[in-house]
Design a protein around this ligand. Sequence first.
Ligand code: GLU
Length: 552
Amino acid sequence: MDYKDLADLIFPDAKDISYYEEKYPERNLKEGAIVTRFAPSPTGFVHLGSLYQVAISKKMAKQTDGVFFLRIEDTDQKREVENGVTSIIESLEDFGLQPDEGMTNETEEIGNYGPYKQSLRKEIYEAYAKYLISQGKAYPCFCSPEELEQMRQKQEAAKIRPGYYGVWAHCRKLSVEEMVEKIENGESYIIRLKSPGNEEKKIKHHDLIKGNVEFPENDQDIVIIKADGLPTYHFAHAVDDHLMRTNVVIRGDEWLSSIPLHLQLFYMLGFKAPKYAHIAPIMKEDNGGKRKLSKRKDPEAAVSYYSELGIPKEAVIEYLLNIANSNFEMWRKQNPDAPIDEFELQINKMSVSGALFDLVKILDISKTIISKYDAQKVYDEALAWANKYDSNLKNLLEADKEYTLKVLGIERGNVKPRKDIAKWSDLEENIGYMYPEFKQTDHEYEYQKITDKEEIRKILEGYMNLYYSTSDDKQTWFNRIKDLAESLGYAREVKEFKQNPDSYPGHVGDISTVLRVALTSKSNTPDLYEIMQVLGEEEIKQRYELAISRLK
Ligand code: GLU
């Protein structure tokens, strides 16, 4: 009896690994092309940290004419959620991060390196487990969970490193005959790796992000095939990333400490190991300290948060690139209108420790991105969002499309476009006052500097008496407001006021503010002239009359 007999007994039907090696050949890609992947459990949930990883992975693959694929890691069936795969794919699509290969919904996939769902790869893992057993590099372990628990308690009591290794690896010491006998007697078992490692020795590794790292060798006889017949994450990682021809594994740095084990697995299986890039998590300030952005505690950890708020996907991706490479910000300054694809991401320049999450920054990026959209694009994007999340906004946008395009066109397309819109969920607040329904609500008018009701009435009436016309050009219009200011004793120019602040109750800007607040109920809006142009003379008149009546 030898190892081969043992392997045949355990996996009688498993194919020879040469079958899979031929079926999944090296990819025919150009030199330097990166093949990488996103490998989530099908929980349906995408964490911002995962999106970060995906954005980096997809960009690196794209930049090098490589491949980015999606593999579903469903070997821990407790973590499975109904429609979990589809909802992960939809989240990636929401951010324009579709994989080139892999699962496309719960059951379908594209690409030649599948199946891309681990539960469908059982026979592949068996083939490689069989190969290891036949080489004496893996063995069946018959220890029951109770025995393992007793062992753990003994180790703990004796303050010894826990685990199944060295003298503690009971079943490693069984002879092939003993193993065969136990199997033939129907004893249940799992498969363990026979680790050749020595804890006293160190391995050196170069991580693309973390740089040179050193760890003790792995000496744990880890489980490779579990009692349910499925592989553990570690074993599946080695087999899958080898057969799918991944050459750079980009993943969260919680896996960095598994490097000794993973390199050992690749070595024992006779595979060339991929390169690794371990990404630091996105952090959050908490009580003066820092902690990982948490799925449980922080709503902003879920990528759905950004879709629901209506933050454009480009803004989120641009933010993620911003924290990925510190030179991004400078690049963006120098290339304000360049598509993001032109930025050359360098994975080895990513920070070793985690960036601090910054929603204000995301919103700021978003404002700039939206400011560059033309009115039609704002309309289309906002409507797409409203269709999903906000029926009020949808009604508003659709009621009079032509008019809404004019509203959205205010201060857009010029050198200094309006920058007040950060997310579609704010849009109604940002433009609602431009609609006739404005008059039906009893607004708070916060008039700022000039608060005297009589004075406000004079200004509004004065404006209505100007015989203004919305066909006036901006300069003529503004001169009329200056005339109005002057006629009421205010300074025509801000400069004049600043030189002699005691000679005037205020200046033309204060008059404009009253005109703005009475018209929109806001002290901060895009250009007043453009707003008036869109509202039209009749609406302006009605609003000023209303504002006067509400002064009482
Ligand atoms: N399924 C693992 C996880 O969700 C994948 C880690 C990896 O990328 O290798 O953490």
